[in-house]
Design a protein around this ligand. Structure first.
Ligand code: HSE
Length: 300
């Protein structure tokens, strides 16, 4: 028996919602092919698209470790599973690359086992994978990778995840400048304490964004996507961040910000053509700075 599962890239934080908001795009994403084997235990037979960066050792790979925890939780450690992982997006890009792989692996195992519980049952195991990948088990990449669309992590303890609606005509332009910003380090540099004044601004914006999603009000979504807590620090790690924002807004973006912990940036637009124009402009700007880049245009 064999199954193939795709899981999408995700944009965590959505500017103002650090660790509590995220959404999935249609593409890119990762693919896991999983087969039942005769011998108990998990093996990884193949990884493609990672330039040899990911461990083939099942004790060290986030996909196999998460699947192992899941099998243990349902008393099926007797099962033999082989994993092929096909990475179809850059690693360390701020697009939830490890989350997409982990979610695809967990979903494949769930399907093979005929476990018909709600996919939310997989979330704690996917979060374990995040903890392994970057030191903390945040859920704002794995939850949208699992459910699709927009997701709010209302609470971590206890875990309370809310799926949110979004306007149909919202497009997303993503540009990945190929510079190194490891999530683990991007989490270490942010401030541990915040001023009440900043907190008030931030929760006003989070509430505004969530309201805008429910009301299908793209203007409200746009003016709520401001971050006074994390972006001012993390933007320093992204070359030309504020210039890229200005260029995107001039071309008609609804909003612009860092995707997850960066270095990818994203803009919301009302149509595909504007998203396309933004990716072209930002990529040629990065090229001028001798920085390689990839771009994606997607609906949500
Ligand atoms: N919320 C996490 C962070 C997402 O910003 O560190 C990491 O992709």
């Amino acid at each position: 028996k064999s199954v193939t599962v795709f899981a999408p890239a995700t944009v965590a934080n959505v500017v103002c919602g650090f660790d509590v908001l995220g959404f999935a795009v249609n593409a890119p994403g990762d693919e896991v092919v999983m087969r039942v084997t005769d011998k108990p235990g998990i093996t990884i037979s193949k990884i493609t698209g990672d330039n040899g960066r990911l461990p083939m050792d099942p004790a060290k790979n986030t996909v196999s470790v998460s699947v192992k925890h899941y099998l243990e939780s349902i008393g099926r450690s007797d099962l033999g599973l082989d994993i092929e992982l096909h990475k179809k997006m850059p690693i360390g890009s701020g697009l939830g690359s490890s989350s997409a792989s982990t979610v695809a692996g967990l979903f494949a195992a769930k399907t093979i086992l005929g476990d018909d519980r709600d996919p939310i049952a997989l979330l704690p195991f996917a979060m374990k994978g995040e903890e392994m990948a970057c030191g903390q088990g945040h859920a704002d990449n794995v939850a949208p990778a699992l459910f699709g669309g927009f997701v709010l992590i209302r609470s971590y303890e206890p875990l309370d995840v809310v799926r949110l609606p979004h306007p149909k005509d919202l497009w997303c332009a993503i540009v990945f400048p190929d510079v190194d910003v490891p999530t683990r380090e991007a989490r270490q540099i942010i401030r541990k304490k915040v001023d009440m004044k900043d907190a008030v601004t931030q929760w006003g914006n989070v509430a505004g964004l969530v309201s805008g999603l429910f009301m299908q009000d793209i203007d409200l979504i746009g003016r709520s996507m401001k971050d006074v807590l994390v972006e001012p620090v993390r933007s320093m790690l992204i070359p030309g961040f504020y210039q890229m924002r200005e260029m995107s807004m001039e071309l008609g973006a609804v909003s612009f910000g860092i995707s997850g912990s960066g270095p990818s940036v994203f803009a919301f637009t009302r149509d595909e053509a504007t998203a396309q124009k933004i990716t072209e402009k930002l990529q040629s700007f990065l090229e001028g700075m001798k920085i390689d880049s990839f771009s994606y245009v997607s609906t949500i």
